[in-house]
Design a protein around this ligand. Structure first.
Ligand code: ATP
Length: 270
């Protein structure tokens, strides 16, 4: 029997991807202008930049919610840009995504929200499906809310349901688009702790777009600064040796320090 292949060291590779949008008055706007970026397996990478810089578009290119006009996208060993519809559907199951506004099914219970992707894609029998949903809810600390409806939950709990749903298909990668923007600071901190636990316990690679430097500084190993549709610079947060090229890069300098980690996570987590 063949030994199982080791997981790819590179979780996501964007190779010279570009994406333009048609403008209402004619012409096009280049939102992403030739980005090459690698995310290693198990990393937490942040995309930061001013409003309109192209962060969300870049994130959505990683699961082909946006198709690039040119360039290739490879995730978990599969070159998505070469796949047909059915293969892409399968490959996408290895990529979870969560959004600022949670995007839950309002008329379905928490259990059914998490079960939804499994019912669509997996031929799982009822006991296995129940066990998987319960496992995912336990991972995000919501084991006792399976029968609740989204309207009965706080914002933080809703985002946890979205995370549980994203994890149901055992993704290699979790894409997070402004996941804490609708949450208060304390709930944000708890959610970041959950994302970090998921990364550490399950080895899920995380890419996160956020306006909040504190969020990125707390969670990320590495950050890419996006300006006008390109990567202006990228660096590991704890690397203070190279000079930072951008204003945002310099603003993030404090966040790689041990003092910050201790303040953000408390001594037990630093
Ligand atoms: N579907 C679309 N049609 C037309 N223009 C779009 C579309 N999606 C994005 N854009 C434009 O592309 C640019 C980049 O948008 P994007 O959402 O990627 O930026 P962002 O850095 O995430 O900004 P924000 O932080 O404000 O969300 C913006 O000018 C936006 O208006």
């Amino acid at each position: 029997m063949n030994a199982p292949l080791p997981p790819p060291a590179v979780a996501i590779r964007l190779d010279d991807v570009a994406r333009s949008f048609a403008l209402p008055g004619g012409g096009t706007f280049a939102a992403v202008r030739g980005v090459t970026l690698e995310v290693r397996a198990g990393e937490i990478v942040g995309l930061v930049g001013r409003s309109g810089a192209g962060k969300s578009t870049l994130l959505r290119l990683m699961n082909l919610l946006e198709r690039p006009d040119r360039g290739s996208v490879t995730v978990d060993g599969a070159e998505l840009t070469r796949l047909g519809k059915r293969e892409l559907r399968n490959a996408r199951r290895r990529i979870g995504m969560i959004f600022q506004q949670f995007n839950l099914l309002q008329n379905a219970t928490v259990f059914e929200n998490v079960a939804f992707p499994l019912r669509i894609h997996d031929a799982m029998n009822a006991p296995r499906l129940k066990a998987r949903v319960e496992e995912c809810l336990a991972l995000v600390g919501l084991a006792d809310r399976a029968a609740s409806y989204p309207a009965q939950l706080s914002g933080g709990q809703k985002q946890r349901v979205a995370i549980a749903r994203a994890l149901a298909s055992q993704p290699a990668v979790l894409l997070c688009d402004e996941p804490t923007s609708a949450l208060d600071p304390e709930t944000t901190r708890e959610l970041l702790e959950t994302l970090r636990d998921i990364n550490r316990q399950l080895g899920v690679t995380i890419v996160i777009v956020s306006h909040e430097l504190q969020v990125l500084g707390t969670l990320c190993d590495r950050v890419a600064v996006i300006e006008h549709g390109i990567v202006a610079e990228e660096f590991s947060l704890d690397d203070h040796s190279a000079p930072r090229k951008t204003a945002l890069g310099r603003e993030l300098a404090y966040y790689g320090t041990e003092a910050f980690a201790a303040a953000a996570w408390g001594d037990a987590h630093a």
